[in-house]
Design a protein around this ligand. Structure first.
Ligand SMILES: [Zn+2]
Length: 357
């Protein structure tokens, strides 16, 4: 259980409206204690402007956050005092905060839905498990105004024993803190998983196609699932690269299934091109890299039109990694698994994406 101090803001200004923080306190688990802690800390943070409290209530449909039409009389909160079946805390917030909460929720759910569509379409067991994990575990947050921290804005009644933060980024977040500004500027694609704060970050500013959004949700969701489950040392470069390799194998498998024969043919031609380039330069496979190819117009036909430069960049990089993995499988005489991890290490080092870089 991390120290939650950094994750909860204490600057909620009441203006007569509110949004709902729901905490499912029914399970005897770490998750229960975590949610109970969230509820108690929100209560402590906003003091008398919290109303509601512990008590049983019918499960609510998930969807748009509940916004009370008008504020009720203030009552002292008893949230977090005991493990009742469910707790509901209503925290007053400005209309701007409510609009932002709705927007963040839309961004996150649309990424999750895109990932779920791919998982169902491919029937891939691992993809289905990743989506189930994210659905059961996420706690919706926003960037906090200081450092690289998140503030809880909604806790849904999931059944997961484990938890991750989900932080959809929207316009204006670049002004939250220098750290969030850097994250927004350096986001390599539609999202990333930040293990140090256990947070799934989703880009809600750049337009992305459903295909890219879905693959990214699955890629980052897998990182989150593996990290929470295995607690691996993400700062260790080798471990980091092996996780990336395994996650790219997963991504390649899904992409090849979605892309079908047209994608696989294109991939085959790219592998042949890479081999010819290396042969021409006298470099053995597994030792050096051939130059990348520009964006293939066929991607738009196969996966639907890309909607932004970042979308195109993501597809092109994904294809490049896929082709290099196949190249190693087909022609390398060395330890192929190790060489794939090394290939990613070199690629990430060039992009400044290795831990500590
Ligand atoms: Zn990754």
């Amino acid at each position: 259980m991390p120290n939650l101090d950094g994750f909860l803001g204490r600057d909620i200004e009441p203006d007569g409206q509110g949004f709902v923080v729901e905490a499912d306190l029914s399970a005897d688990s770490g998750r229960r204690d975590f949610l109970k802690g969230v509820a108690a800390m929100v209560a402590a943070a906003v003091g008398s402007s919290v109303f509601g409290g512990c008590g049983r209530k019918e499960p609510k449909e998930t969807g748009a956050p509940e916004v009370p039409a008008e504020a009720e009389a203030e009552a002292p909160s008893n949230v977090g005092t005991e493990a009742e079946a469910e707790a509901q805390v209503q925290v007053r917030a400005s209309s701007e905060e409510i609009a932002n909460l709705k927007r963040r929720k839309e961004v996150f759910l649309s990424s999750l839905e895109a990932g779920e569509r791919i998982a169902r379409q491919t029937g891939d067991k691992e993809a289905l498990a990743v989506i189930a994990f994210v659905k059961d575990s996420y706690v919706l947050t926003e960037p906090a105004a200081q450092g690289l921290a998140c503030r809880v804005i909604e806790v849904q009644s999931g059944s997961g024993e484990q938890w991750i933060f989900a932080t959809p980024l929207i316009a204006g977040d670049e002004f939250k803190s220098a750290e969030w500004n850097r994250i927004m500027k350096s986001l390599p694609a539609a999202g990333m998983f930040l293990p140090d704060i256990n947070t799934l970050v989703v880009d809600g500013v750049t337009p992305f196609s459903e295909f890219t959004k879905g693959i990214l949700a699955l890629h980052e969701g897998r990182h989150a699932q593996r990290f929470v489950t295995d607690k691996y040392d993400w700062k260790d470069t080798r471990t980091f690269c092996c996780q990336e390799r395994d996650t790219h194998e997963f991504q390649n498998r899904l992409t090849a299934t979605i892309g079908g024969k047209k994608y696989q043919d294109l991939l085959g031609r790219e592998v042949a091109r890479l081999k010819a380039e290396l042969d021409g330069a006298g470099i053995p496979v597994g030792i050096g890299m051939a130059p990348r190819s520009p964006y293939h117009a066929e991607f738009d036909e196969i996966f639907g039109p890309a909607l932004s430069d970042k979308d195109r960049k993501f597809r092109e990089t994904s294809f490049w990694i896929d082709a290099n993995f196949r190249l190693l499988e087909k022609y390398s005489k060395g330890d192929v698994a190790e060489q794939k991890a090394l290939f990613l290490k070199t690629t990430y080092a060039e992009g400044g994406l290795l831990p500590g870089s």
